[in-house]
Design a protein. Structure first.
Length: 148
């Protein structure tokens, strides 16, 4: 097997995939939620919803979280200073998760379950961000090009 590749087995055999492509897809899929959700943080509705959930200083904090989401997401997607971008996402998730997804304080069981799922989704993304903060962007990234 050539260096920098991985083998994927399926029903009819195996294929060899460049590891860089897998890492780029992983960064894309991870960053996509932050990049797609960020614009809502600049709308009146997004700010009002956060305020209704008890977010302090929502008119300032929500757009700030939108900027952090955009900068962190782009940093990870492009692999440019991805560790810093990942730490931005860590900070975002640590702040936002317990404020916006307080499932333990919701009386309606269905809504509590929805918020618990969102809380756990955010914890999962927090784990991914911590991995990127530790290991960096990997191959096919601007960070990898800077090391030469």
């Amino acid at each position: 097997m050539p260096a920098g590749t991985t083998t994927v087995s399926h029903g009819t055999g195996t294929i060899t995939v460049p590891m860089g492509a897998i890492v780029v897809l992983g960064r894309l899929f991870f960053a996509l939620i932050f990049l797609m959700a960020a614009p809502n943080n600049f709308t009146k509705q997004g700010i009002a919803y956060a305020a209704s959930q008890g977010a302090p200083l929502a008119s300032i904090g929500v757009p700030l979280m939108g900027v952090i989401s955009l900068v962190g997401g782009l940093s990870i997607l492009l692999g440019y200073r991805a560790r810093i971008g990942a730490w931005l996402i860590v900070a975002l998730l640590v702040i936002v998760t317990p404020i916006m997804h307080r499932f333990w304080g919701i009386a309606d069981p269905m809504m509590a379950q929805v918020q618990m799922i969102n809380f756990m989704k955010n914890l999962s993304m927090l784990g991914g961000a911590l991995l990127i903060a530790q290991f960096g962007a990997g191959p096919l990234s601007l960070d990898a090009r800077r090391s030469f």
